[in-house]
Design a protein around this ligand. Structure first.
Ligand SMILES: *Cc1c(COP(=O)(O)O)cnc(C)c1O
Length: 352
């Protein structure tokens, strides 16, 4: 099956008389003893359906890719960073997702690891940094700088140096980028964003082809209890069914808007890597950016991204955003609306 078919069909009950088409929401804190499930912190059939569907999209049909769902993207991030020992180095993009950078800073301040934040576009420098690393964290494109990492080259260098490689694949989604095929050890997702896709659920996920790593991570999830709710997993699976369609439409909208925004005199810079539905634009200053984010009718001023509705925000309104991100940068999450309506709404403010 191709990805669009797998997105619709994997993780459903068998085609048998009286079976429901969708996996039920199993609300159970415990199970009759003696089987594989035992307790609600260890297993839930609704999580499993979501995990199987996402694993087939990130890793294909051969059943070697495994997925673990978490209560949020940052719960999944924390579970990975927990693998690192106290004197070990994590190499990560200086413009990684802000919550990831804040977790690294917090762990470093408490002596739990050492973080080396790098310019992820400088492949030679990242390769050199891999030498001392235990874990190499990649995000590509980065949020909100929209930088691209050479995943294959960095992964080869990291493995040479004995380091594990993780890719946060939230922005690209498995429809546009499958880092496990480049040999990375782990993929992390904020399923809150494109995978669920409707701005109504928080959920995270980890994916790996390494059975030993899977067992360690599952053990951490069992112990820490950073598990999703059954309803959240069900909502995310429902969203996942239309992921290929949503990505296709949102990406087409974004490509068109990137061209038009690039030609607008009020826009100093457009950062669009040529795929996906995230665009960052730079306006003259913070005030111009605030005028845009507060002046539209359709575009919603809100953090988060990846929903069917178009949203945007000026990232530097957050005190924790690095100063290397311009004050006038607005990050756009392009939705699946009609592109002409999206453009008219933006240009009405930009023209003012
Ligand atoms: C939102 C986000 C996260 C964190 O996920 P939550 O579900 O909000 O905890 C991690 N990485 C990226 C790239 C994100 O956009």
């Amino acid at each position: 099956m191709r990805p669009a078919t797998r997105a619709v069909h994997v993780g459903r009950p068998p085609h048998e008389v009286d079976q429901p088409l969708n996996v039920p929401i199993t609300m159970a804190s415990t199970y009759v003893a003696g089987g594989d499930r035992e307790y609600g912190r260890y297993a839930n059939p609704t999580w499993t359906a979501f995990e199987e569907a996402l694993a087939s999209l990130e890793g294909g049909e051969d059943g070697t890719t495994h997925c673990l769902a978490f209560s949020s993207g940052l719960a999944a991030v924390a579970t990975v960073l927990d693998l690192v020992g106290s004197d070990q180095v994590v190499v990560a993009p200086r413009h990684a997702y802000n919550g990831t950078v804040m977790q690294l800073a917090d762990l470093e301040a408490r002596g739990r690891l050492r973080a080396n934040l790098v310019d992820i576009t400088d492949t030679a420098a990242v390769v050199a940094a891999c030498e001392d690393a235990a874990l190499v964290w990649l995000e590509s494109p980065t949020n909100p700088a929209m930088e691209i990492a050479d995943i294959a080259a960095i992964t080869a260098a990291a493995h040479e140096a004995g380091a594990r490689v993780v890719v946060d694949n939230t922005f690209a989604t498995p429809i546009l980028q499958r880092p496990l095929e480049d040999g990375v050890d782990l993929v992390v997702h904020s399923a809150t964003k494109y995978l669920a896709g409707h701005s109504d659920v928080l959920l995270g996920a980890l994916l790996t082809r390494d059975p030993e790593l899977l067992a360690v991570l599952k053990g951490r999830r069992d112990l820490i209890g950073a598990i999703p709710g059954a309803f959240e997993a069900w909502l995310a699976l429902r969203g996942l069914r239309t992921l290929p369609l949503r990505v296709e439409r949102a990406q087409a909208n974004a490509a068109e808007l990137a061209v038009r925004l690039g030609a607008h005199p009020a826009v100093t810079e457009v950062r669009y890597p040529g795929f996906g539905a995230m665009i960052s634009i730079v306006l003259g200053d913070a005030a111009a950016a605030d005028r845009l984010t507060h002046g539209t009718a359709l575009w919603v001023h809100a953090t988060s991204l990846g929903g069917v509705e178009s949203t945007f925000e000026r990232r530097r309104r957050w005190a924790s955003e690095p100063s290397t991100i311009p004050e006038g940068l607005v990050r756009l999450s392009v939705g699946v609306e009609d592109v002409e309506d999206l453009w008219e709404d933006l240009v009405a403010v930009l023209d003012r």
